[in-house]
Design a protein around this ligand. Structure first.
Ligand code: PLP
Length: 389
């Protein structure tokens, strides 16, 4: 391995949410934070170097996205996913959640129905409700430890509730499914039939584990014209607070409507450091990302083995993608609050409590595994001490 993901980077005192909220919430100082979705790994070295070069200029005036930016973007998606993105399709926003909210406003009006699939990343709920739209839930169904979409329920609700927009998470946070091409097509076919526009959040597309394959929605030629595809370098390269995402909209009409929403707030240029880091990451980050995936796979193997040996009542939902594990603690029969308190207070580990992703998540925990192995080992041992019998 060229890159050292075992390296501990002390993030205390940097005002980062993950570590500095521990003191703010008055939790024990040695609490292990495996919650908010950023990583404890330094980004690609070339990204750091480019940012330093730009910082050294000392002038941070208005700047535009150059040809090099689009070239890097197009290469990444073409080489990794076989998706040929065109420059004209790309609208830059300061984040994917920002884009989801903009899409809700652009394509629906107050009172319209918007569908999501819980348990799902909680801002999906917020952007619907806070914009005065009606939330329609098409819950994911778990069978034999694996989540599926319920197409019958989907079509029935689309018809009954006159759904206008569907926010799809692909790969899915928190259940860590990487939807197959067939699954995506089945959902897309229903949406197309009923005139439902799809907003596909592919922010986790680069985290897909051995044996699974991410299908970029944009490669589904029959359906891509009915979709807004949200991508970003932020999860992949740990750049979240540089606030840049690339929203790809192949259909000119849909693009015009989304652009009109940007024009209402006169937003056009992305943050300079976001631009620079995105380009450098897509230019230089391929090997780093490949090695990171192998490292994360090692973390998963460690956790899977540890749970099987020491905590057989805790069930890992087999992760196909993302660096967020979805773990089932329901066999202990504890309420969501009691379970969270036991993990937070007794084990001194901060996971995301499952019901924050919808009531379907009660009794589950979302575990962020994007940390050095030593931290993962420590977390499992603490869990073992508290839940072991
Ligand atoms: C599915 C999904 N979408 C969006 C985001 C956040 O994106 P942004 O920070 O660009 O708004 C996250 C962060 O965890 C996520 O998991």
């Amino acid at each position: 391995m060229k890159y050292d993901f075992d390296k501990i980077v002390d993030r205390h005192g940097t005002d980062c949410y993950k570590w500095d909220m521990i003191a703010k919430r008055k939790l024990p100082a040695d609490t292990l934070p495996l919650w908010v979705a950023d990583m404890d790994f330094e980004t690609v070295p070339e990204v750091k170097e480019r940012l330093k070069e730009v910082a050294d200029r000392g002038i941070y005036g208005y700047s535009m996205l150059g040809d090099g930016y689009y070239h890097a973007l197009k290469n990444w998606f073409s080489e990794r996913f076989g998706w040929q993105v065109e420059k004209d399709w790309v609208i830059v926003t300061p984040g994917v959640v920002f884009a989801l909210a903009a899409a809700v406003r652009a394509y629906t009006k107050e009172g319209d129905s918007v569908m999501i699939q819980r348990p799902v990343y909680h801002p999906f709920t917020n952007v619907v409700k806070e914009n005065g739209r009606k939330l329609v839930n098409n819950p994911l169904v778990m069978e034999n430890g694996k989540y599926h979409m319920d197409y019958e329920d989907m079509e029935r609700k689309i018809t009954e509730e006159q759904v206008k927009l569907f926010l799809l998470c692909s790969p899915h946070n928190p259940v860590s499914r990487v939807w197959t091409k067939e699954e995506l097509c089945q959902a897309a076919e229903i949406c197309k039939k009923h005139g439902v526009i799809m907003i596909v959040d592919e922010i986790h597309c680069d985290f897909v584990y051995e044996g699974y394959h991410h299908t970029s929605f944009g490669t589904l030629s029959e359906y891509a014209d009915n979709a807004v595809i949200c991508t970003a370098p932020s999860k992949t390269f740990n750049l979240a607070e540089l606030q840049l995402s690339n929203i790809m909209i192949p259909n000119p009409e849909l693009r015009k409507t989304f652009q009109a929403e940007m024009d209402k707030v006169f937003y056009s240029d992305a943050n300079l450091f976001g631009q620079v880091s995105c380009q450098a990451a897509y230019e230089y980050g391929a090997q780093w990302m490949d090695e990171l995936r192998v490292y994360l796979q090692g973390n998963i193997t460690y956790i899977r083995d540890y749970l099987a040996e020491h905590l057989p009542k805790v069930h890992l939902i087999e992760p196909e993608g993302t660096y967020l594990l979805w773990v089932d603690f329901r066999e202990y029969g504890l309420s969501a609050e009691a379970l969270n308190a036991k993990i937070l207070k007794d084990a001194r580990i901060w996971f995301n409590e499952g019901s924050m992703f919808g009531p379907e998540g009660a009794g589950f925990m979302r575990i962020n595994i994007a940390s050095p192995r030593s931290m993962i080992v420590e977390a499992m041992e603490r869990l073992g001490e508290v839940f072991g019998e």
